[in-house]
Design a protein around this ligand. Structure first.
Ligand code: ATP
Ligand code: F6P
Length: 471
């Protein structure tokens, strides 16, 4: 077989589409493509309403889907002139404060418009309070003049307790308050919010001509207006699924399989005796980490994940989307056999592992696309344990930890190791627990055709996987 590269942006050619905007002009004979749609997602809301968190999540999600996105945070532009302003800086009758804040917004919008001029730059998130109608109208007019669509996303929340918790969680450690007493910082930030409250105008019927999504009380109510095209609706659907309840996600590969022992890839083999031993130990490992929290277990439809999850005393769900990357004509072969029979393909896969698609099979890019509903469901859910396969686990891990497409297909994910991911505002915490059951290593270094090698007991291994905390 020849190297088969998946075209960039497969995700953006859905089978069904909603009405396209005037900027989505290019057609491919099948339907309208959305590559030319450029969208500015404009955050709206009082301080400490989760705008920056939402903005960063949207960018990470789009990046993971190979949609080029960037966040423009007006606060960081403002900080160059005014690094540590007191609350009075945000008083709207403070003319110097007003001037500096408008200048920061202008600088961010200018940079954003410049960024949009490069091909493939599709979605920018303009992260600021954008709390008045006049400010929003100005942004819309500026974007209109550049042929950029606008999608206003307002986070509205009046739960005083939640706002105070947000301030304590993220604001007292913000660069605005470096070196200051956290109590004083929280008090000052409360004052800052009051300044904004005096002039804040929520999105309403006066802005009925605008495309917007208003998220009230962390998604307990969502109002959407004039959503125009496929990409906008994807972003809005993603936003509707987000929640901020504390939870963890556990991920594990299946126990060692008979194919792992023989070095074969793919297939639907049973667990090896050591794999079965891991399946016996897994419930203990999970309960040590999760305590008595309610959990749901997701497996693939392949025997080795079902056998691994068999003893777990939780509700189980099996997903076809969690099946291992399909290695097509190479299914059941060892890496050495693939190299001997298809040397060009073997080299091509090493060259660009993320995009290489096995003949009759899949690439990592394909796997990410089929995992999109899994990510959406994970965002909606609370505590989930996923028992899946090497390539699939790499893709899920990459989403949560922000690992690049170049790195993620090469990450080492040992067998018989449970990974706990706990999302926090702005970072995901990672913890690894190894069961003391040896297993082969199925990791293959770039350029090698290594047989699956015996590894020392997992406890003896230093984890070479990427960082313990995501950005
Ligand atoms: P600022 O205007 O000062 O930049 P912000 O609105 O960007 O504030 P963030 O820094 O994103 O606020 O606040 C993060 C906090 O908001 C986290 O503690 C997070 O749990 C919480 N949060 C996330 N989403 C929401 C939401 N929809 N409503 C209220 N709080 C939220
Ligand atoms: O060897 C175990 C396995 O899950 C195979 O079934 C699969 O083809 C492979 O790992 C995916 O890893 P890589 O993409 O590194 O070949």
């Amino acid at each position: 077989p020849n190297l088969r590269k998946v075209p960039q942006g497969d995700f953006m050619r859905p089978a069904t589409r909603t009405r396209m905007s005037s900027h989505s002009k290019k057609t491919n004979g099948v339907g309208v493509q959305v590559e030319e749609t450029r969208i500015c997602v404009v955050m709206v809301g009082l301080p400490a309403r989760g705008k920056s968190l939402i903005a960063q999540k949207v960018v990470r999600y789009l990046d993971w889907l190979s949609i080029n996105a960037k966040c423009f945070n007006v606060g960081s532009y403002r900080r160059t002139a005014t690094p540590q302003p007191a609350a009075s800086f945000f008083d709207f009758s403070n003319t110097e404060g007003e001037r500096l804040r408008k200048a920061a917004a202008e600088a961010a919008v200018n940079d954003m418009c410049q960024w949009f001029r490069s091909p493939g730059h599709l979605i920018a998130v303009l992260d600021a309070t954008n709390s008045t109608k006049s400010r929003r109208r100005w942004i819309k007019e500026r974007c209109d003049s550049e042929g950029i669509e606008t999608l206003f996303v307002e986070s509205k929340c009046d739960d005083e307790e939640l706002i105070m918790a947000n301030i304590k969680e993220v604001k007292t450690t913000s660069p605005d308050y470096v070196g200051q007493d956290p109590e004083e910082a929280a008090k000052d930030f409360r004052e800052r919010i009051k300044m904004y409250e005096r002039v804040y105008e929520t999105l309403d019927e006066d802005e009925a001509d605008m495309t917007y999504c208003k998220i009230i009380d962390v998604g307990s109510q969502v109002i959407i207006n004039r959503i125009q095209d496929y990409l906008q609706s994807r972003v809005v659907y993603y936003l509707m699924n987000l929640h901020i309840k504390p939870r963890s996600i556990w991920i594990s590969r299946h126990g060692e399989s008979e194919y792992n022992l023989s070095g074969q890839i793919g297939g639907d083999a049973d667990l090896s005796p050591r794999g079965a031993q891991y399946a016996k130990l897994l419930p203990g490992l999970v309960s040590k980490s999760a305590g008595d929290r309610p959990l749901t277990v997701w497996t693939s439809t392949l025997k080795r994940t079902a056998q691994t999850a068999h003893n777990l005393p939780y509700e189980k769900l099996s997903w076809k989307a969690l099946d291992e990357l399909d290695s097509g004509v190479c299914d059941g072969m060892t890496y050495a056999q693939i190299e001997a029979k298809y040397p060009q393909d073997f080299a091509a896969r090493d060259e660009d592992k993320y995009n290489y698609r096995y003949l009759g099979g899949e690439s990592y890019r394909d796997v990410v696309i089929r995992l999109e509903p899994i990510i959406m469901e994970l965002e909606r859910s609370e505590n989930i344990l996923i028992v899946t396969h090497q390539a699939v686990l790499r893709c899920i891990y990459a989403y949560f930890m922000g690992v690049s497409q170049e790195q993620s297909p090469w990450m080492e994910v040992p067998l018989h190791c449970l990974i706990k991911l706990t999302p926090h505002a702005y970072k995901t915490e990672e913890e690894r627990m190894s069961a003391d059951v040896p297993a082969v290593s199925t990791w293959r270094e770039k350029g090698s055709k290594a047989e699956h090698a015996q590894t020392p007991g997992p406890s003896a291994r230093a984890s070479p996987m990427i960082g313990a905390m995501s950005k």
